[in-house]
Design a protein around this ligand. Structure first.
Ligand code: A3P
Length: 341
């Protein structure tokens, strides 16, 4: 199908007037005193683009297949890493590692974000049409909380792989990632937000796609209630025992590693290939941008557990975060590890 064909209104029906009206009624706040956020269905978004329209389009039009595999995550929790792992596990017979498309494509180009890439780009050309033509299993990603997902994801047999990470490393990672867009927004000469600014907003839940804990807890509960539907992974666990967690991924997606694959070192090969040091050196990840603004290489920074200790996070801030974790996670059975094992 020609991607430049005009939209088919039968399939894409979200009118600008409706979006504007909805937007006006949404609660608003400021993130880092610089970026306006709007609250939709209990979570914060930056709707200064066509984001709200793409959310509505995604919610109304996405038709999940039973075979779809969807990575879900809060930003900066290891999405890129899981994308490269999932892609490599699922495609290991079609594309052995030595011929992996990940050599020349960024993980975000191979596992597209439904709300940021597929439905937002639909304003430029109708990519959702192409979704019907993709071979199974289709691999997608979303930063949406569980409650905002389209109904067809919830009721179909498709599976969700959720990744999360300790909150302090998550907010430090966001601070680096947001530098470039914030500079573009406020100008080079204006002082950038400090780690305290990120910390305070994070604790108040005022973060893009936040509140963080509510995002995580929703998926955690679903993973307990529907273990075949939602696989819950933690960045720190993946770091500590990648073999175990790659096997979990293989089993969850219905492509378990065989003993002979294990003997031949297939799992280890995928782990090494998807390591941050390897990925950041690949051609596909060195230059260019994602979503018109984020440098491809900015998705690969340090990739360590406990990097927050290298930043100005005071003992009082750590105490506050620990208290918040206790309060939010009480009774859920979920915990976070702030330092390496
Ligand atoms: P840091 O900023 O702490 O280094 P996301 O992909 O959700 O945007 O998360 C980005 C974080 O994951 C960044 O963390 C990035 O460096 C880290 N990351 C990216 N690729 C990784 C990999 N292959 N292994 C471990 N961490 C990785």
């Amino acid at each position: 199908m020609n991607p430049n064909e005009p939209h088919n209104d039968q399939e894409i029906i979200v009118h600008d007037e409706e979006v504007e009206q909805l937007k006006q009624g949404l609660p608003k706040t400021m993130f880092l005193n610089k970026i306006e956020l709007e609250k939709y269905q209990g979570f914060w978004y930056s709707f200064n683009t066509n984001m709200l329209k793409s959310i509505l389009m995604f919610q109304r039009h996405f038709q999940a297949r039973d075979t779809d595999l969807i990575i879900a995550s809060f930003p900066k929790t290891g999405t890129t890493w899981l994308k490269s792992i999932l892609y490599s596990v699922v495609n290991r017979f079609k594309h052995p590692i030595k011929q992996s498309p990940l050599f020349s494509n960024h993980p975000h180009e191979l596992v597209c974000c439904l709300e940021y890439d597929i439905y937002r780009d639909a304003f430029e050309y109708p990519r959702p049409h192409h979704l019907n033509e993709l071979p199974s299993p289709r691999l997608f990603h979303t930063h949406f909380p569980y409650m905002t997902l389209p109904e067809s994801i919830k009721v179909s047999g498709c599976r969700i792989l959720y990744i999360t990470r300790n909150p302090l490393d998550t907010l430090v990672s966001m601070m680096y990632f947001a530098m470039k867009p914030i500079k573009e927004l406020v100008g080079e000469d204006v002082e950038l937000p400090s780690i305290e600014d990120y910390f305070e907003d994070f604790c108040e839940g005022k973060f893009i796609n936040g509140p963080f804990f509510e995002h995580v807890i929703e998926y955690w509960k679903q993973s307990l209630e529907q273990p075949k539907k939602v696989l819950f992974l933690k960045y720190e666990d993946l770091k500590k025992d990648p073999i175990l967690h790659l096997k979990r991924v293989g089993e969850f997606v219905g492509m378990p590693f065989t003993e002979s694959e294990e003997r031949e070192g297939v799992i280890k090969e995928i782990i090494e290939f998807c390591s941050i040091n390897n990925l950041k050196e690949l051609e596909g990840n060195k230059s260019g941008v994602i979503n018109k603004i984020y440098d491809k290489k900015s998705y690969f920074r340090k990739g360590e557990v406990g990097d927050w200790t290298n930043h100005n996070i005071t003992p009082a801030m750590v105490e506050k975060m620990k208290k918040l974790m206790q309060e939010k996670l009480e009774g859920t059975g979920l915990s976070f590890q702030l330092l390496p094992h």
